[in-house]
Design a protein. Sequence first.
Length: 244
Amino acid sequence: MLIPATVVFKRMNWKLEYDPKSIMLGSIIGLTGAGGQLALLTRALTEGPAHLIFPIISLSPIITIVLSFLLLREKVDKRGIWGIAMAIVALPLLSLSPPSGSGSGFMWLFYALIVMAAWGFQAYVMKFANETMKAESIFIYMTITGLLLVPIPLFMTDFSKVINTGFSGMYLAFFIQLLNSLGALFIVYAFRYGKAVVVSPLTNAVAPVITIIFSLIMYQTMPVLFVGIGMFLAIVSTFLLAKE
């Protein structure tokens, strides 16, 4: 995240908003985002089945929509409502995958719900913060808070085991996270110019469709029925929400 953060920081002429409200909102956005990522990778996915965890997490836009409707008074027309509904239904369908093993206990469910709540709340705060802060400042605080959490996974790492420092390990992870950070930056801008009740389900529904399409092309396989239904609903919702 340091690379895009440096670029946007330069665009701001190296002037960061550091009043108490900006620091608080930026830190909340960063901690809920990075903290949710940390809980997902180090706890939820190590203790539970991915085919159940991701559909639960994918419902985070519901929290964003409810908070935005109640607190920000955002409204959409009937076409937008249909688009949001289709996106919400599509999200768990697109996240489902065949069982690849079962987790032990139910602590994974607790962590999955924590991640869902964190990311849903993060999206709402991101929209709220955009009303008083620059999008660039929000992203910089996301970067800072993410770096502050780095000691936690370092402490949890077993350095006695072999760590892949080759291209398929460290360098590929860097490239993936660079794309992830660029996506995070553009989402901040999306919340700046769009309604949270539209941006949240739209961005969450379209991303897995693109991933599935690339996977189908590469592996030349047809999606299972529920994934196909999810893709259809996501595409239709995209057109409906794009007109909102």
